[in-house]
Write a protein that binds this ligand. Structure first.
Ligand SMILES: C[S@@+](CC[C@H](N)C(=O)[O-])C[C@H]1O[C@@H](n2cnc3c(N)ncnc32)[C@H](O)[C@@H]1O
Ligand code: SF4
Length: 386
C-alpha cells in the first residue's frame, strides 16, 4: 500500500550571470539586459496551477528556490511566487523556505527583503575562499565578496544558512581544502554542504579538464580530514555531502533522500508524486529551456514528460536516495514509499550485508557501512531489476 509521504515544492530559477565551466545544472547566461522576471513569475504560477490536481488537499512542508541563481531575482518577485503558492497550497507552520544565493549577486538591503518575503533559510554557493581557486572555477566573486555576502545575510537576521563548498579543486592541496572548511566554520553556519568537484559530461571542464585536479586518494584524504574538522566543530554528517548542527538538517533535501514527494515548477524542474487513489508514483518534468518553458508553461506543451515509476524499478530508485543517508532507512519506510512488501529486497539486502556494505543498527535501521558509502554505486545497483 502506497502512503503519500511529505510533500515539498521545488522552484527552478534558471539564469546566471555567467555559466561556470564545471556546472551541468539547467542554468543559462542571460546575456545583456535583465531576465524577464515578471513573465517568469506569472509562468511559474500557471505551471503550479496545472500541477495542483495532483496534490489536492496535501500540505507543503518545504520550499526550495534553486538554480541557476535565484538571488538574481528581486525580492518582490520571490514574494509574489510565495504568496501565489500559499494561495494555492496549504503550507505547514514553520515550513523551511530556502533560497540559493550566489555571493556575486547580493546587494545591500536585499536580504531583509527576502526575509520579509518569507524566505527563512539561505544557501550560499561559496565553493572555496581561495581567490586563485575561485578564478580557476570561473566564479564571478572572490573570497572577500563571499565573506561580505554572508555577513550581510547575518545582519539581516538570517540565522539559518548553508554554505556550499567544493573540494578536489584544480591546484588544491590537502591543507587548502582544510583551510576552506575552517574558514567556513568561522561564519557559524547551521549547515555545510561539502561536494567533491566532478567533471560532468557536456561541461567545459569535461571537454578540457583543468590541470592539477587531485587524484582519488588525495580527494579521499580531503574528505576524511574535512569531515573530522566538521565533526569537531559540531557538524554531523548525515548524507554523503551534507553536514549540520543539531536540529538543522535540510528538511527539503531530506525529503528527497527519504523518497518523499515534490512538485517541481519552472524550466526543467522535476517532480515526483505519489497518487494514492491510483496507487502509482508519477515523475513529471518540465520543458528544459527557459524560452520553451516560458512559452508553454501552464499548458501541456510546458510539460517535458510524465512517467510512472513502475513497481519493479522502485527499490532501485528508493535506494539511490536512501543509501546516501548516514542513518539509512527502515523497512517500514521502504514499504510506505514504494508500496512493496520488504520481502522483495531480501536477496539484495543479504548480498549487501554479506559484502560488508550494509548493516542493521540496534534500532532496526538498515544503514550503509563506511565501505558501503565508498561504493554506493555498487550497492545501489544490486537493487536494479534486470
Ligand atoms: C545549483 S548550485 C547553487 C548555487 C549557485 N548557483 C552558485 O553556484 O553560487 C548548487 C551547488 O552544487 C555544487 N556543484 C555544482 N556543480 C558541481 C560539480 N560539477 N561538482 C561538484 N559540485 C558541484 C556547487 O557547490 C553549487 O553551489
Ligand atoms: S552560478 Fe551556480 S548554477 Fe550558475 S553556472 Fe555557476 S554553479 Fe551553475
Amino acid at each position: 500500500m502506497l502512503i503519500p509521504p511529505p510533500l515539498s515544492l521545488y522552484v527552478h530559477l534558471p539564469w546566471c550571470v555567467r555559466k561556470c565551466p564545471y556546472c551541468d545544472f539547467n542554468s543559462h547566461e542571460f546575456g545583456g539586459g535583465t531576465p524577464p522576471f515578471d513573465a517568469y513569475v506569472d509562468a511559474l504560477l500557471a505551471d503550479l496551477d496545472q500541477d495542483l490536481p495532483l496534490v489536492w488537499g496535501r500540505t507543503v512542508h518545504s520550499v526550495f528556490f534553486g538554480g541557476g541563481t535565484p538571488s538574481l531575482f528581486p525580492a518582490d518577485a520571490i514574494e509574489r511566487i510565495l504568496q501565489g503558492a500559499a494561495a494555492r497550497l496549504r503550507f505547514a507552520p514553520q515550513a523551511e523556505i530556502t533560497l540559493e544565493t550566489n555571493p556575486g549577486t547580493t546587494e545591500h538591503g536585499r536580504f531583509e527583503d527576502y526575509r520579509r518575503a518569507g524566505v527563512n533559510r539561505l544557501s550560499f554557493g561559496i565553493q572555496t575562499f581561495d581567490d586563485a581557486c575561485l578564478a580557476r572555477l570561473g566564479r564571478i566573486h572572490d573570497g572577500a565578496q563571499a565573506a561580505a555576502a554572508i555577513e550581510l545575510a547575518r545582519q539581516a537576521g538570517f540565522d539559518n544558512f548553508n554554505l556550499d563548498l567544493m573540494y578536489a579543486l584544480p591546484g588544491q592541496t590537502l591543507a587548502m581544502a582544510a583551510a576552506d572548511v575552517t574558514r567556513a566554520i568561522e561564519f557559524a553556519p547551521t549547515h555545510i554542504s561539502h561536494y567533491q568537484l566532478t567533471l560532468e559530461p557536456n561541461t567545459v571542464f569535461a571537454a578540457r579538464p583543468p590541470a592539477g585536479i587531485p587524484d582519488d586518494d588525495l580527494a579521499w584524504d580531503m574528505q576524511e580530514q574535512c569531515q573530522a574538522l566538521l565533526a569537531e566543530a559540531g557538524y554531523a554528517q548525515y548524507e554523503v555531502s551534507a553536514y549540520a548542527r543539531p536540529g538543522r538538517r535540510c528538511a527539503h533535501n531530506l525529503n528527497y533522500w527519504r523518497f518523499g514527494d515534490y512538485l517541481g515548477i519552472g524550466a526543467g524542474a522535476h517532480g515526483k508524486l505519489t497518487l494514492g487513489s491510483e496507487q502509482s508514483i508519477l515523475r513529471r518534468w518540465k520543458s528544459k529551456h527557459p524560452a520553451a518553458w516560458l512559452a508553454g508553461a501552464g499548458t501541456p506543451s510546458g510539460i517535458g514528460g510524465d512517467e510512472s515509476i513502475e513497481p519493479a524499478r522502485r527499490p532501485f530508485e528508493f535506494m539511490l536516495n536512501a543509501l546516501r543517508l548516514v542513518d539509512g532507512f527502515t523497512l517500514a519506510e521502504f514499504e510506505a514509499t514504494t508500496g512493496l512488501p520488504p520481502t522483495v529486497i531480501d536477496g539484495p539486502l543479504e548480498t549487501a550485508t554479506r559484502n560488508g556494505w550494509l548493516q542493521r543498527s540496534d534500532d532496526g535501521r538498515i544503514v550503509p557501512t563506511e565501505l558501503g558509502r565508498r561504493f554506493t554505486n555498487d550497492v545501489v545497483s544490486l537493487f536494479l531489476d534486470d
